[in-house]
Design a protein around this ligand. Structure first.
Ligand code: MLT
Length: 387
């Protein structure tokens, strides 16, 4: 038998792969499953993007290897979108690289900057890939707890000096998965000042920037003065344009950080299919009303779901972004116990808070990626538990 390498041995099974397995078992038993697990939009990709893809796939020039850094026209579309949306100027030649989905970039980025034994400051609870990418690079994740009393923001100033000396990267992700929290400008300002003082790379994951319901639109860290000296931002077309299956994202920001990630990528992949990038240009050029329509659907679902969950006595963290709700498990249950109960007794798939890290214990996450009627049906099933 071949033995796994240590870096793989120490990893738990990937959170959503494990949940998929349980889901399959229930479906095989014929359970009418309501899937509030992974954040995978149920709304189809807007038609203009699909049409653009159909045209692009016919073009023989797209059938050959793509460029490593991504088509210039796609990177230019990213630069135009960032300018329009955030007022941020980016040079498509040096400050943008195309990704095969932002997960790929997030997992690969530490390989470019982390030596074995270096520390990466990772929030907890969080998207698991920040920690996984760190481990792949031989780095040590240092946990920054995200606590409700701090608005689920990390207290980066509390990092002890000896850790700080070894720290290379800090990960932040707002609007936040899984808690749905948002970060204000003052948080980002302090973070950038601190990172510049301590020579730490700030890696921001902005995948949920367009899923917001308040009047204030979430910001890019690159809007902060001086951010380009230390920051790289990962973004994705997945959540904004319902394109999770297409695998298209981008990293933008400091040119040396982009070049480092680009160097890793030239050695491990050969770029994203150009037809997908061409469809991505159409996505990034869609009128704002198209995205607003998607946002309105989530808003309606979110409001209905919060009301229904509160009505059965569950406590929901109320933020105004992302298509997730972060909910406290009822007294007497652990996250894993309650999520198992939901699956076994109600046929509902949710994600246990501790799957995102130890500080997620005591919570579970529901996605709003099913129609309102199904969300309400889920809550009726929960009501039947008589908690
Ligand atoms: C999630 O459910 O946390 C995300 O969909 C995972 C991902 O974006 O890869």
């Amino acid at each position: 038998m071949f033995e796994y390498a240590q870096r793989i041995k120490i990893l738990p099974p990937y959170l959503f792969a494990q949940i998929d397995q349980k889901k399959r078992e229930k479906l095989q038993q014929g359970v009418d499953l309501i899937d509030l697990g992974v954040g995978d939009p149920d709304i189809p990709t807007p038609q203009p993007i699909v049409e653009a893809m159909k045209r692009a796939v016919e073009k023989p020039e797209h059938h050959r290897y793509p460029s490593y850094e991504g088509m210039f026209s796609f990177r230019k579309a990213v630069a135009d979108w960032y300018k329009r949306r955030f007022g941020v100027d980016l040079d498509p030649h040096t400050e943008i690289v195309t990704l095969i989905g932002s997960k790929e970039g997030i997992a690969h980025f530490p390989l470019a900057f982390v030596n074995p034994g270096d520390v990466v400051l990772c929030p907890d609870p969080a998207y698991p890939v920040y920690k996984i990418g760190t481990i792949f690079a031989g780095g040590e994740p240092y946990i920054l707890p995200l606590k409700e009393e701090n608005g689920f923001l990390p207290d980066f100033k509390s990092v002890p000096k000896d850790i700080l000396k070894r720290a290379k990267i800090i990960w932040v992700n707002y609007p936040n998965n899984p808690t749905s929290a948002v970060a204000e400008e003052s948080f980002y300002k302090e973070l950038i000042d601190w990172a510049r003082e301590n020579n730490i790379i700030v890696a921001s994951d902005l995948a949920y920037s367009e899923i917001y319901f308040g009047n204030k639109r979430p910001m890019s860290i690159l809007q902060i003065e001086g951010a380009k000296e230390v920051a790289i931002e990962f973004h994705s077309l997945s959540k904004t344009f319902n394109m999770t299956g297409w695998r298209l994202g981008m990293a933008v920001g400091n040119k040396d950080l982009i070049a480092g990630l680009g160097k890793v990528k030239t050695n491990v992949d050969s770029g994203q299919f150009q037809a997908i990038q061409e469809a991505g240009i159409t996505a990034l050029s869609l009128p704002e009303e198209e995205v607003q329509k998607i946002r309105d659907i989530y808003r309606e679902r979110r409001n209905a779901m919060i009301k229904a969950l509160e009505d059965v006595g569950l406590e929901v963290y109320k933020s105004d972004a992302t298509f997730y709700l972060w909910v406290k498990v009822p007294k007497g249950y652990t996250s894993a116990e309650f999520v198992s109960l939901l699956l076994d007794k109600c046929g509902i798939v949710c994600t246990p808070g501790n799957g995102f890290g130890q500080y997620g214990e005591g919570y579970f996450r529901t996605s709003l990626t099913v129609p309102t009627a199904r969300l309400l049906e889920a809550v009726e099933r929960i009501r039947g538990l008589k908690l």
